[in-house]
Design a binder for this molecule. Structure first.
Ligand SMILES: [Zn+2]
Length: 424
């Protein structure tokens, strides 16, 4: 247990989290057969895919047969908007969730009451695993309006019995005041917002030792180890990574344990694979490639071999924490062009979409991101602009630029800088 820092943390569901891997595989194949049968019976998209591949749900005898199932992509989800991917009637769906920033058709994810219950437990498993108890006060500084995970952190913390302070995106001053007055012990937010709070604490000349913070749980954007170090040293916390997939559940697919040698994937609910993004070939343990996930227990929105576009590698050797669940490396890269700016996902396709609706702008553009601590902090878009605007009156140019800024802000949920440039 040498790799563990401090006390050994409890495990929320020891029966599954420390299960022998051969027993886990049996549980997975059992659940896979059920989910595949449900998807085939209730989702036209999957029935068509299986029929085209000459595949029957009965052909899946073991986990080795998983590779016979065709991949599901984000485009498939978009093409089947709104309810084409649902495996249950709408009356059984209790929540519809709508990730922002998607281009083309949006995506709508449905959850049954049972789906939400499982999801709540998954995030609670991560929290318990890093030492959160009913004595903790959790400050949830995620955007409750934009990020669907914010409410998840709240409900999972409440399940454990911890006290939640939904401070959302109140200013850093307010966040610090809450930390001082309520003696928050856990901060959960995007790592970039945590850095901003950290810098504000420093500017105010406050000593973080006078705060009660001990744990940070950060996610919704990639963050390098240097950011972890900065946050730990300057806030006096242990910082942990949590991972999710916005087209599925975010957060709650995996999370770090105190050993912090990768994020344990909840394999009783998700079956992970790593593929070569170019060829689709399944790669072996420890090899880096695109993460593909199959849901094992989702009722409303089952996804079979969903390509996440996130790059990672899987490891199954025993972990110091005692969990037997596969660990994935921290995700720092994608296979697509999506970039994350302060926790907000930006698809270049969305920029193209915005420009196509504005006369005299585009279609050419270039994206430039300013980074801070190795993370994207500010995005600027250089937009090719018609000569009559560029060479016209200054007030018209300014209002054109402001119009673009507003259009991007509405479409992306993010303030971007706009620079007008000459077309090629
Ligand atoms: Zn572990």
């Amino acid at each position: 247990m040498g790799a563990l820092r401090g006390a050994v943390m409890p495990i929320f569901k020891p029966d599954v989290e420390t299960m022998e891997r051969k027993d886990l595989k049996e549980l997975q194949i059992e659940r896979l057969q059920i989910v595949v049968n449900q998807a085939y019976a209730n989702v036209d998209f999957y029935r068509r895919k299986f029929d085209e591949a000459g595949l029957s749900p009965d052909d899946l005898k073991g986990l080795d047969d998983l590779g016979k199932i065709p991949f599901t992509t984000r485009k498939d989800l978009m093409d089947n908007y709104p309810y084409g991917m649902f495996a249950v009637p709408l009356r059984d769906v209790v929540r519809l969730q709508f990730p922002l920033g998607m281009h083309g058709n949006p995506i709508v994810i449905g959850y049954t009451r049972e789906d939400l219950k499982i999801w709540r437990e998954l995030v609670a498993r991560i929290m318990v695993g890093i030492g959160v108890t009913e004595h903790d006060i959790i400050q949830v500084a995620f955007n409750y309006g934009l990020f669907m995970g914010a409410i998840r952190f709240s409900q999972s913390a409440e399940l454990i019995g911890a006290a939640v302070v939904p401070s959302s995106i109140a200013s850093a001053d307010v966040q610090i005041r809450i930390m001082q007055d309520f003696r928050s012990t856990v901060l959960t937010s995007t790592p970039s917002f945590a850095l901003h709070i950290m810098e504000t604490i420093r500017e105010k000349g406050l000593d973080p030792k006078n705060l009660s913070l001990k744990t940070g749980l950060f996610g919704a954007e990639p963050w390098p180890e240097t950011v972890r170090q900065a946050l730990e040293e300057n806030l006096g916390i242990q910082a942990y990574d949590i991972y999710g997939v916005m087209e599925l559940i975010e957060p709650g697919v995996s999370g770090e344990c105190p050993a912090r040698r990768g994020l344990h994937i909840f394999e009783d609910h998700f079956l992970p694979e790593i593929i070569d993004p170019q060829t689709g070939r399944v790669l072996g343990e420890g090899q880096e490639g695109e993460l593909v996930l199959t849901t094992l227990t989702t009722s409303a929105y089952p996804l079979l071999r969903y390509r996440t576009s996130d790059v990672t590698a899987l490891h199954t050797e025993p972990c110091a924490c005692g969990r037997t669940l596969t660990r994935m490396d921290r995700v720092l890269r994608r296979t697509d062009q999506m970039i994350s700016v302060r926790g907000i996902n930006v698809f270049p396709e969305k920029i193209t979409e915005v420009l196509s609706g504005i006369p005299d702008a585009g279609p050419g553009y270039a994206l430039k991101a300013r980074t801070k601590y190795g993370m994207n902090d500010q995005l600027s878009v250089q937009v090719e602009t018609a000569a009559k605007i560029l060479e016209g009156r200054e007030d018209q140019r300014t209002s054109f630029q402001e119009g673009l800024q507003l259009a991007f802000r509405r479409a992306l949920g993010l303030r971007v800088e706009v620079e007008l440039i000459k077309g090629a």
